[in-house]
Structure formats: structure tokens, C-alpha cells
Design a protein around this ligand. Structure first.
Ligand code: FAD
Ligand code: NAD
Ligand code: ISD
Length: 451
């Protein structure tokens, strides 16, 4: 059996929702029956960031339908009903198991062949498993990953059963930091273990990390850095119980008894369906041009899975695992597919890349940070503001200095909307550090260069 569509979006996450809305809203639009979304998740696209924040709260937690896309961008809430009303075929709880780009067909795990004229690949990324690092135990009832709603439901259940107990968090990145905050809110004692010298080592400087580690320590979180969990002690699941982890064992032999484990050890782009069919980037994304078009002209890739040329970085190929990028690349591909002249990004789009300013953020406890630009820019980082752990509402930041003393990247903790706008604008226009300092000072953030 088979069905045919003009447009198929493969994947039903953030990028899928934003692409669908853009396709519907575009002045050339899509007609009912033309668009299909295939997702192995059981629900319509939603704002994934909610899973590690509002969803995990002990009280007043966020639940669907409140965080379907595109509410994260203060836009319309796309419920299943919305897809129905717009004649969009939402094929849920269905996994695509193979893709034949020559025939323009996708085969699903229900045995259906779905064909397309244009395919948007929005398969996102998957959480790396402990087993990929030689550690067993992911199957245990109290080991939690966090990528989708099912994972989040499991984590909520496990946290509720561990109130007053202890957790080991493996990994000191985004998932580790955000989940540790949620565990503290559930009154669970947390020990974080990761191999780096400090938390969030892909982005934070040691000085920024020191602030957050002190803040977490004051909340009762313990850090064990520069080492790894080499095995998990798993009970054998007697009496019809599921196996449970009882201890995490570190490389140096230390044993950490625990009631639950949360794992956040990185993600990999889901590109496997296209191995040998699409050009890929060496760090794992599907290579696309400034219009998000892949090496096969009928295929576009968006979100976590896409490595695209960034105009701001002279056309360097980059792949980001962040929601703002998913939203913008999705809209970009949708406009390009329907040939909106505005999507051409100017005459030099092909050469210079997509006009995109990288933006990352996180919210934990009462803290909230944003980052704009490139933290690989230049060598020098200037820290400013008050890094002492004392103030209830800390306000500080860091500026990565790029070529010619220009602002390459800016980090702000506790920044106001105006300060964030100054930061974003400084990176975008390549302002000097002095210009940024002046602007932030005028907007109430003292920019004192470190001694
Ligand atoms: P996804 O949203 O992951 O969607 C991919 C979809 O494709 C999923 O529905 C998946 O099930 C489906 N799929 C994959 N393969 C197949 C297949 N073969 N067949 C059918 N369906 C398939 N970013 C931020 O900037 N800020 C945050 O605060 C933030 N918080 C996050 C919190 C969590 C818990 C996680 C996991 C990520 C967070 N991110 C955050 C990252 C952000 O959510 C991702 O960058 C974004 O979701 C990427 O969108 P996407 O559509 O590319 O991928
Ligand atoms: P990450 O790359 O942010 O962090 C991985 C962490 O695991 C690092 O601290 C790393 O040192 C550590 N690590 C690597 N191998 C390890 C090992 N064998 N043992 C112990 N630690 C190990 O990845 P993540 O935190 O798992 O996040 C997964 C995805 O979710 C990413 O795409 C991320 O961007 C996304 N996410 C983003 C946000 C946000 O932007 N606020 C929030 C949550 C999740
Ligand atoms: O997607 C990301 C992310 O989370 C970062 O910290 O890109 C950056 C790079 O890893 C560093 O610029």
C-alpha cells in the first residue's frame, strides 16, 4: 500500500511544527492533502525544551497540549486539530525505517510506502547511550534519559518515587545541569559526574562554570569532575520487579549509592536513513546549502540534523542542537521550497550562507542565561559584571573577542531584554568590544574588564 504527497516532513519535533506553520502561512501555501508529517512520537510536534524545565516541576508542571509548537515563539498553538483543519496528514507513532531517494519513497514500520515530491528531513538527534561508552544499565527502571515525552514521563515517575533519596547525574552538559535543578526541586540529593574540568565545557569558560557550580553546590549538589562512571550496579529484578541501579561505580573505584540515575552524555544527529544517499558533514550532519537544500535537490534538512553555511562565519558549515536554530532553519526551508524571494537571503546567499545568529539559552533555578554568536571566536574572553555567588539576581557576562577586536560571542546571565538585544546586535554587526561595553553600561550593566 502507499500514499503520495507533494511535501513530506520526516520527523515530528520542533522543526516539523515550524515548517508546517510556515508552509501553511506562506502566500503560495499548501493545499489540503499535499502535506504529510511522519513521526515516531505519539503526539503532534511540541516545544522540546519544556521537557527539561516546566515538565519536570514538582508543582504546576507544564503538560500538553499547552506546549505544542509554535508557542515557544509566541505563535499559534498547533494541536492535532489544527493539522486536521489544514488538511495535513499527521502520521504519528510511525517510524520511517528506510528511505529511497532515487525513487522518492519512504518505507514505514507499518509497511506503508509514502512518496514525496519534496522531502524535509527533520529527524533531530538521539541521546547517546551509556552502552556506547561500554557501560551497561540503560534498561534499568530507575535510569533516565531525556529526549522525548516518553522519557520525560518516566523521569517524572522515577523522581516521584525517589523523594528524599539520591540521584547520580552522568554528564555535565545541558541535560545534566537542567535535570539536576529539577531533581533538587523534587528534594532529591544530586551528585553530578562528568569527565571535563568543569560543567558545560562546550560553552562556558572556567570562570562562568565556577559561578554555576558554586550556585549548585549551595543547593546541595555535589560535583565529581574529571572522571567517568565505568559501571552501574544493577539489581537482578527478582519478584517480577524491573532491574534497578543501586550504585554507580567510578573509574577510581569509588562507589556512589543512588536511588536513580539521569544520563545526559551528548546527542547524535539522526542521519542514518540517508547514509550513502546524501552528502554529510564530518561532524555528523546532513550538508545543506543556504536554503537548507541537501545534495539531492528534492531533499531539504532542518534543525539538529542540518549542517548549513552560516553567513556570519563567512559561510562555514555549522550544525546546532538548539531550538532557535530548529525554528529558523525550518521556516527558511519552507519559504525556499515555496520559492519566496525573501528566502533567497540576498543575491549572494549561495556563497555566504544563511543569515543566522546562533542563539543558545538555559533556565535553571532562578537563573537564566543567553549566548549569542560563536564561542570559538578568537582567544580572549572578557568577563564583566558581578560573579560573586551572593546576589539573589546575579547579572554578569562574558564577551568573546574575535578578529580585529570585534565582538564574536556574548554570554549574559540575568540580562534584561534590552541588554540581550545589545548583545545580539553587537555580534551581528561586528561591533567593537568598546562599543558593546558602552551600550551595556547605558543599559545598566557595568562592563569592567577583569584585572
Ligand atoms: P527534534 O525536536 O528532536 O525532532 C525530531 C523528530 O523526529 C522527533 O519527533 C523524532 O522522534 C522524529 N524522528 C526521528 N527519526 C525518525 C524516523 N526514522 N521516523 C519517524 N520519526 C523520526 N534547545 C534550546 O535552545 N533551549 C533549550 O532550553 C532546550 N532544551 C532542551 C531540552 C531537552 C530535554 C532536549 C532533548 C533538547 C533541548 N533543546 C533545547 C534542544 C532542542 O530541543 C532541539 O535543538 C530541537 O528540538 C531540534 O529540533 P528538531 O526538529 O531538529 O529535532
Ligand atoms: P551535552 O553535549 O550538552 O553534554 C554532554 C555532557 O556529557 C558533557 O558534560 C560531557 O563532558 C559529558 N560526557 C560525555 N561523555 C561522557 C561519559 N562517557 N560519561 C560521563 N559524561 C560524559 O549533551 P546533553 O547534555 O546530553 O544534551 C543533549 C542534547 O540536548 C544536546 O543536543 C543539547 O543541545 C540539547 N539540550 C539543550 C538544552 C538547551 O539548549 N538549554 C537543554 C537540554 C538539552
Ligand atoms: O550546539 C551547540 C552548543 O550546544 C554549543 O555549546 O554549539 C555550541 C558549540 O558546541 C560550541 O560553539
Amino acid at each position: 500500500m502507499g500514499r503520495a504527497f507533494a511535501y513530506v516532513i520526516l520527523g515530528g519535533g520542533v522543526a516539523a511544527g515550524y515548517a508546517a506553520l510556515e508552509l501553511v502561512r506562506h502566500r503560495n501555501g499548501v493545499s489540503p492533502g499535499e502535506l504529510c508529517i511522519i513521526s515516531d512520537e505519539a503526539v503532534a510536534p511540541y516545544e522540546r525544551p519544556a521537557l527539561s524545565k516546566g515538565y519536570l516541576l514538582p508543582r504546576g508542571a507544564a503538560r500538553l497540549p499547552a506546549f505544542h509548537t509554535c508557542v515557544g515563539a509566541n505563535d499559534e498553538l498547533l494541536t492535532e486539530q489544527w493539522y486536521k483543519e489544514h488538511g495535513i496528514e499527521l502520521v504519528l507513532a510511525t517510524r520511517v525505517i528506510s528511505a529511497d531517494l532515487r525513487r522518492k519513497t519512504l518505507l514505514t514500520d507499518t509497511g506503508e510506502t509514502i512518496s514525496y515530491k519534496t522531502l524535509i528531513v527533520a529527524t533531530g538527534a538521539r541521546a547517546l547511550k551509556l552502552e556506547e561508552f561500554g557501560v551497561g544499565g540503560s534498561h534499568a527502571a530507575n535510569v533516565c534519559y531525556l529526549r522525548n515525552l516518553e522519557d520525560a514521563d518516566k523521569m517524572v515517575g522515577v523522581m516521584r518515587s525517589c523523594h528524599g533519596g539520591s540521584a547520580v547525574v552522568i554528564g555535565g552538559g545541558y541535560i545534566g545541569m537542567e535535570c539536576a535543578a529539577a531533581l533538587v526541586a523534587h528534594e532529591i540529593k544530586v551528585t553530578m559526574v562528568f569527565p571535563g574540568k568543569h560543567c558545560m565545557d562546550r560553552l562556558f569558560t572556567p570562570k562562568i562554570a565556577e559561578f554555576y557550580e558554586k550556585y549548585y553546590t549551595a543547593k546541595g549538589v555535589a560535583f565529581i569532575k574529571g572522571t567517568a562512571v565505568t559501571s552501574l550496579e544493577v539489581s537482578d529484578g527478582k519478584c517480577n520487579c524491573m532491574p534497578q541501579v543501586t550504585e554507580a561505580i567510578l573509574r577510581d573505584g569509588r562507589r556512589l549509592p543512588c536511588d536513580m540515575v539521569v544520563v545526559g552524555i551528548g546527542a547524535r544527529a539522526n542521519t542514518g536513513l540517508f547514509d550513502g544517499q546524501l552528502a554529510t558533514e564530518k561532524r555528523g550532519g546532513i550538508k545543506v546549502d543556504a536554503r537548507m537544500r541537501a545534495s539531492d535537490a528534492a531533499v531539504y534538512a532542518v534543525g539538529d540534523v542540518a549542517a548549513f553555511p552560516v553567513a556570519l562565519f563567512g559561510g562555514d558549515l555549522r550544525r546546532f542542537e538548539h531550538v532557535d536554530c530548529a525554528r529558523r532553519t525550518a521556516r527558511r526551508a519552507a519559504s525556499a521550497i515555496l520559492q519566496d524571494p525573501a528566502a533567497s537571503n540576498g543575491d549572494n546567499a549561495k556563497e555566504e550562507g544563511f543569515d543566522y545568529l546562533p542563539f543558545f539559552y538555559s533556565r535553571v533555578f532562578a537563573l537564566s542565561w543567553q549566548f549569542y554568536g560563536d564561542n570559538a571566536a578568537g582567544d580572549a574572553v572578557i568577563h564583566f559584571g558581578d560573579f560573586s555567588p551572593g546576589p539573589a539576581a546575579p547579572r554578569f557576562g562574558a564577551c568573546w573577542v574575535g578578529a580585529g577586536g570585534r565582538v564574536g560571542g556574548v554570554f549574559l546571565e540575568g540580562g534584561t531584554r534590552e541588554q540581550s538585544e545589545s548583545a545580539a546586535s553587537a555580534v551581528r554587526r561586528g561591533a567593537t568590544v568598546a562599543e558593546l561595553a558602552g551600550e551595556l553600561e547605558r543599559r545598566g550593566l557595568t562592563f569592567a574588564v577583569d584585572p
